[in-house]
Design a protein. Structure first.
Length: 681
């Protein structure tokens, strides 16, 4: 017997209200607990995010057809549910449309179709979970709609259990203030902690889970009415997961103190940007209150030291320390939603977690003798915190070995002594930039700390690049776009040829401290926090370039209304734009090089090298090589960016091979300063 699940979530809609981060977060968190062998112990848990109605129907139907008689299947859907003109239930997809205020039913997935596929499925143990934001019937027959969902008529059958977040059309995701919707939050927590095991038999059944989630949800939102639908009592006893209460108790026996070291990232830079005004002080008081509430009151930690913006907490339980840190990141995200002071500079923290490796209890040390790095365990936590990627959690190997319940949330690193939190929820400021990326692409995004060109105006020019990159303490990371024709989202395949020109350029620099990453590799985000960054490619092939295109003003690509980078290259400020690369002018292969401060850390710089064609990018890389060789003859003193194109002597000299891959030299056609002004003779 196979235990399998299909989780479907839609956040981005053409005609319906965008649901923000909730559906994607719901999928990821539920997948984690279902796959965990100590909890759900599912063999397969497939995810489908933001599908069209056709993709949603095809995936459900084919997935159900593959099932065998003894399989246990769980289908979870989160997003918009809609009742049509005839009060029948549909699941909205990203392509679902309304005509006026009426649903075009041909653009959504009918619950009746799902019911038919379930009825045809060989598997006889079926659990359906619907965490949907339901809308009522549309049109002038709305008076016939009592606001209730007729699940029994549309989805229930023998051997099937249906759990819903609400029995009415009044439930809204956006009332929670949490990372997950309120229903899925308690669904996940009940399984993860084992508290959903109502009868203490070490098994969490469908009945247990419904009882737990229903009570928890109503504590905060009394108007919520989660429901369970079954045709026979056996449906209440289907096993969803194994309770882990005893496992957690065994895990914590004889464990030394756990140290949590948390510090605010780039706090001095933030203070400078906002001039430490009254609103900022109030914001920081809110931050301190949330820290105290989550780490101490909610999860039983003890504040051992508060020095500047660094806070150290002690726990008896490594898992509680990790849970507290995860929950704090969720609440910090909510604080950033209300962040009016730092609207373009979301607040991030770094968290390091280690064990006290000495016999002396840290809690016994007098307050006036406590130091951030006063013992080996404290120094380990401090090192983990300082080297942790912004916005994430780093745990030592010894801590990771204790995280039996949530170890899947962390990934190994090149440094063999630590693990890093793999999935980071995006702040609303980041979500706006990445709203059309796939789930995997969003997971790969590093913390975007500074999202306004006013912050990113560079202190150096293109003429300073050679000296900047040759500095004794200069550390760089190169980010390349992935070569993959099935990337999804806004990104297409990248050109491997981009690396050729880059390698040739960097060969001009001696003793360069260089790391290289691919844009969608998870650990690429580990490189950019404390290094200067070179991004190669356009916003259509490189995730990092797509992000830069939103914030760099003087020189970038044009963007479509849905946020896709496109031809042409745009140079200039808001009132003096110049375009390169459209088919109506003489620069069809325009590329550029521009420098700015890093969106990840204002102490570092970003160099962006891109072009609208492979030929254009090669021309930009050729120009970059000239810069590193000290060839500044035609560059203006204040230039931070240049538009270039391949240098051609005769049109017939350019073969098709030459157009696509190899450019030996380039010529400057436009230069800009930090304000986007064109620099001329």
């Amino acid at each position: 017997m196979a235990r399998v699940a299909l989780l479907i979530g839609t956040a981005d809609y053409t005609s319906f209200k965008h649901l923000g981060r909730f559906p994607h977060n719901n999928l990821r968190e539920l997948q984690e607990v279902l796959l965990n062998p100590a909890m759900g112990n599912f063999e397969e848990v497939d995810l489908l995010e933001d599908p069209t109605h056709g993709e949603m129907g095809e995936e459900i139907e084919t997935w159900l057809r593959r099932r065998q008689k003894d399989d246990f299947v769980l289908l979870y859907i989160t997003g918009h549910g809609v009742k049509d003109f005839q009060l029948q239930l549909y699941f909205a997809a990203k392509t679902s449309q309304k005509e006026g205020n009426k649903l075009l039913t041909s653009t959504a997935l009918a619950a009746q179709s799902v019911n038919d596929w379930l009825n045809s499925c060989k598997a006889k143990k079926q659990v359906i979970i619907l965490d949907c934001c339901f809308s009522g019937a549309f049109g002038n027959r709305r008076f016939l709609d009592d606001g209730k969902l007729d699940i029994e008529r549309e989805l229930i059958a023998e051997g099937r259990v249906v759990l819903t977040s609400s029995s009415s059309t009044e439930y809204s995701f956006h009332e929670t203030g949490e990372r997950l919707s309120i229903y899925t939050h308690h669904l996940v927590e009940g399984i993860r902690t084992g508290e959903a095991d109502i009868d203490a038999d070490n098994v969490i059944t469908t009945g247990d889970l419904h009882h737990y989630v229903s009570n928890k949800a109503r504590e905060k939102f009394p108007e919520m009415t989660p429901q369970i639908f079954v045709m026979e009592d056996l449906g209440y006893r289907l096993k969803i997961a194994t309770a882990n209460l005893q496992l957690g108790e065994q895990l914590m026996r004889s464990v030394p103190e756990t140290i949590v070291n948390m510090d605010i990232s780039h706090i001095e830079q933030l203070r400078t940007l906002v001039n430490a005004d009254v609103s900022y002080q109030a914001f920081m008081r809110d931050f301190a209150e949330i820290s105290e509430k989550i780490f101490c009151k909610n999860f039983g930690g003890h504040e051992w030291l508060c020095e500047g913006n660094c806070r150290i907490y002690l726990y008896d339980d490594p898992q509680e320390a990790a849970f507290a840190s995860l929950r704090f990141l969720e609440h910090l995200q909510h604080l950033n939603i209300k962040n009016e002071v730092l609207r373009n500079t979301p607040l991030f923290v770094r968290i390091g977690i280690a064990l006290n490796s000495e016999d002396t209890q840290l809690s016994d040390i007098p307050n006036d003798q406590r130091q951030v790095g006063g013992s080996e365990g404290l120094r380990t936590a401090l090192e983990l915190q300082k080297e942790c990627p912004t916005g994430r959690i780093a745990v030592s190997n010894s801590v990771y070995s204790k995280l039996v319940l949530i170890e899947r949330l962390f990934r190994p690193t090149k440094e063999s002594d630590r693990y890093i939190l793999e999935h980071r929820a995006l702040n609303p400021q980041e979500e706006k930039l990445a709203r059309h990326f796939t789930l995997n692409q969003k997971d790969a995004i590093p913390a975007l700390c500074f999202l306004n060109w006013g912050y990113l105006r560079p202190d150096i020019t293109l003429k300073d690049l050679q000296e900047c990159m040759s500095g004794v303490r200069s550390k760089w990371a190169v980010i390349l776009g992935e070569t993959n024709r099935d990337r999804g989202g806004l990104l297409t395949s990248a050109a491997t040829s981009d690396t050729v020109g880059l390698i040739e350029a960097l060969s001009k620099i001696n003793k360069l401290d260089l790391k290289v990453g691919i844009d969608e590799w998870q650990d690429t985000a580990d490189l950019v926090t404390d290094r200067n960054v070179i991004v190669v490619g356009s916003g259509t092939i490189n995730l990092y370039a797509a992000l830069l295109n939103h914030v760099i003003e003087p020189l970038k690509f044009s963007m479509t209304p849905d946020g896709r980078c496109t031809e042409p290259v745009v140079a200039g400020g808001s009132n003096n734009k110049t375009y390169f690369g459209s088919h109506s002018n003489d620069h069809p292969h325009a590329g550029f090089v521009i420098i700015s401060k890093s969106i990840f850390n204002l102490d570092n710089n970003v160099i962006w090298i891109g072009g609208i064609t492979g030929m254009a990018t090669q021309a930009a890389l050729s120009f970059f090589t000239d810069l590193l060789s000290g060839d500044f003859d035609f560059i203006k003193d204040r230039a931070i960016g240049c538009v270039v194109e391949p240098r051609k002597i005769h049109r017939n000299d350019v073969s098709e091979y030459y157009k696509k891959w190899r450019i030996h030299s380039s010529q400057i056609i436009h230069q800009v300063d930090v304000d986007g002004n064109e620099l001329t003779q």
